[in-house]
Design a binder for this molecule. Structure first.
Ligand code: FES
Ligand code: FES
Length: 187
């Protein structure tokens, strides 16, 4: 996976001066944290958050399916809450703390939720998986002991075209059980 710091068009804080010199009248300077790392960039107002993450920060784990707020593939966490990155502009994330699917793991070590998806084979093509993981991650923080129906409701805004919903729900329930047993929550 390419590191966000390798992205050609975004710069870590500290290089703000160089960025501002390239800012055009039609662009806005933004600063934000993504997966705990600070970034600043100059962006056109029309640039969506999803395109900013994918094209400017090279965080391509955030997927684009419908691009109009229906499928949930682009779900990222804004201050810990799930948002559709295809429906937000990058300028709206100025000053925010964002978490993408790349931020759920601890380096090479997958989160409990991710390990549970792996154990339950809770993906087929995997296109929906980043959005489902970010949604479920936030959900389990608010409801650490969910029922199967509550998991299904929480994930009802995330469409899986491979229709792998049964193992997905089982993976979320199992991850919740493991986190309750160990007392260690993801991230
Ligand atoms: S790509 Fe954003 S909801 Fe489908
Ligand atoms: S695993 Fe293919 S879209 Fe969900």
């Amino acid at each position: 996976m390419t590191s966000a710091s390798d992205a050609p068009q975004a710069r870590a804080l500290g290089e703000q001066q160089a960025l501002d010199e390239h800012e055009t009248p039609d662009e806005h300077a933004i600063s934000l944290h993504v997966n705990g790392q600070p970034f600043s960039a100059s962006v056109e107002p029309r640039l969506t958050l999803a395109d900013f993450l994918r094209e400017r920060l090279n965080l391509t784990g955030t997927h684009l399916g419908c691009e109009h707020g229906v499928c949930g593939a682009c779900t990222v966490l804004l201050e810990g809450a799930p948002v559709r990155a295809c429906l937000m502009f990058a300028v709206q994330a100025d000053g925010a703390q964002l978490t993408t699917v790349e931020g759920l793991a601890d380096g090479e070590r997958l989160s409990t939720l991710q390990q549970s998806f792996q154990a339950h084979h809770a993906l087929q093509c995997g296109f929906c998986t980043p959005g489902i993981l970010t949604t479920a991650h936030a959900f389990l923080k608010t409801n650490p002991s969910p029922t199967p129906d509550e998991v299904r409701h929480a994930l009802s805004g995330n469409l899986c075209r491979c229709t792998g919903y049964i193992p997905i729900v089982e993976a979320v329930l199992d991850a919740a059980a493991i986190m309750r047993t160990t007392g260690v929550a993801d991230g």
